[in-house]
Design a protein around this ligand. Structure first.
Ligand code: ADP
Ligand code: MG
Length: 401
């Protein structure tokens, strides 16, 4: 077991905060350094507040690239602001670090993985992931993965904070406080934004007859994770194409703003399309009909799906022959409908807004796809290409199921 004696003996907690997590905060009355920050919303706006936590072993692997992890830690929170139609302004960062002093880290050198190998970074990720990353079928790997074997050091911190601040700067977000402690790696951001109260996008406004839309593409992040878990095999090109969706999601903040006054409801797709659309339906007390063939897929995912024939109906998809790929059509369909980590927006809007939304897509250079309709009743029906309902079992990731 690696030495985990006090790393902070040569760098105090406050040195660490100053060095890695303190940047200018011109739009806060008071930022990092006091007992709390002082913030003032712009005139006519209310504050929008949300927290999202990333836990090592549950949400990411210990040897995740620290720059991309810094990006993702903030990105998942920005995505919640986008879903509310809010302008993100400030963030706090509560972070538990298994810190050792020095430049050498278990992230950079081969750490003893379960197979006892010292392979390349990407292979290491795959082998560790295949054995250990929590899957929807079970939890509990994080302790053994992240403590006490896994440690981080100043190089890791520098890269993590660089990734965090690069995205923060892109969105004009200021880090105004947080908490720093030693412990198994755990990253929690609270994000604070603002919106004119009447313009906030809620889950509860979907109306019967509204169209259902989704931004970007679905399923790439889940496909990359399935590859890392050994549930499907992608070639290097295919994996590279979808890995960025998993590691560096792009929060749709500009879209959220453009949807003010247009969308009747919105949510960000973090737990899978069906699960998250389900939250809109429940909050709005309506049902939905979705066309599987209309769902926006990356060229890569479409190419994976095409040779496998259209998805099967009547619940037979799980027993379909694999036709060349482990997992086959059932797994691809699962990634698209139920995979997590897309961080796209799913929203509803009156039919009269259809062309409006197409011009927003052009202006933002972001595909917006109408995937179905809001109907009376409850629940969601997904039709295959011939109009038959696809059998969808419980979809979406629930940490406590
Ligand atoms: P306190 O003891 O009053 O809780 P701390 O010692 O935890 O304060 O933190 C000192 C200051 O540094 C506070 O302003 C706090 O918000 C800020 N801070 C602590 N950790 C972080 C972090 N990871 N990122 C940004 N600011 C932080
Ligand atoms: Mg205090």
């Amino acid at each position: 077991m690696r030495r985990v004696e006090p790393a902070l003996q040569t760098m105090s907690e406050f040195d660490l905060i100053r060095r890695y997590f303190t940047r200018a905060t011109p739009s806060a009355l008071l930022g990092v350094g006091d007992d709390a920050a002082l913030l003032q919303a712009s005139a006519g706006n209310v504050l929008v507040v949300s927290s999202d936590m990333l836990v090592c072993g549950t949400h990411f692997l210990p040897d995740a690239d620290p720059f991309m992890l810094g990006h993702k830690t903030l990105a998942v929170n920005l995505s919640d602001m986008a879903a509310m139609g809010a302008v993100p302004r400030w963030a706090t960062l509560a972070i538990a670090l298994p810190l050792v002093h020095g430049k050498e880290t278990s992230h950079e050198r081969p750490h003893p993985n379960p197979l006892g190998e010292t392979p390349s970074h990407s292979t290491r990720l795959q082998t560790t992931a295949a054995k250990s990353l929590v899957t929807p079928e079970g939890e509990g790997a994080n302790e053994s993965l992240c403590e006490p074997m896994f440690t981080v050091d100043e190089t890791w911190l520098a890269q993590f904070s660089a990734g965090f601040f690069a995205l923060a700067q892109q969105h004009g977000v200021e880090l105004v406080g947080g908490d720093t402690t030693r412990g198994p790696l755990n990253l929690c951001v609270t994000i604070i934004g603002e919106v004119p109260a009447q313009q906030a996008l809620r889950r509860s406004g979907a109306q019967i007859g509204d169209e259902i839309w989704v931004s970007g593409c679905l399923g790439d992040a889940a496909l990359a994770l399935a590859h890392l878990q050994g549930r499907i095999t992608l070639d290097a090109m295919e994996f590279a194409t979808c890995a960025s969706a998993l590691h560096q999601p792009q929060p749709r903040v500009a879209l959220g703003l453009a949807l003010r006054g247009i969308a009747s409801s919105a949510i960000d797709v973090s737990d899978g399309l069906l699960a998250d659309l389900g939250h809109i339906l429940e909050a709005s007390q309506v049902g939905a009909e979705i066309e599987f063939a209309a769902l926006p897929l990356s060229a890569m995912l479409r190419a994976c799906l095409t040779p496998l024939n259209p998805p099967l109906s009547g619940g037979k998809h799980n027993s379909s022959p694999d036709k060349g790929r482990p997992g086959g059509v059932g797994l691809l369909q699962q990634c698209i409908l139920c995979g997590g980590d897309d961080y796209e927006l799913c929203f509803t809007a009156p039919v009269a807004r259809h062309t409006n939304l197409l011009s927003i897509a052009t202006r933002l250079d972001l595909p917006l796809t109408c995937i179905g309709k809001v109907v009376a009743g409850r629940g969601c029906i997904v039709h295959d290409a011939s109009g038959d309902p696809i059998n969808i079992e419980a979809c979406g990731y629930d940490h406590f199921r």
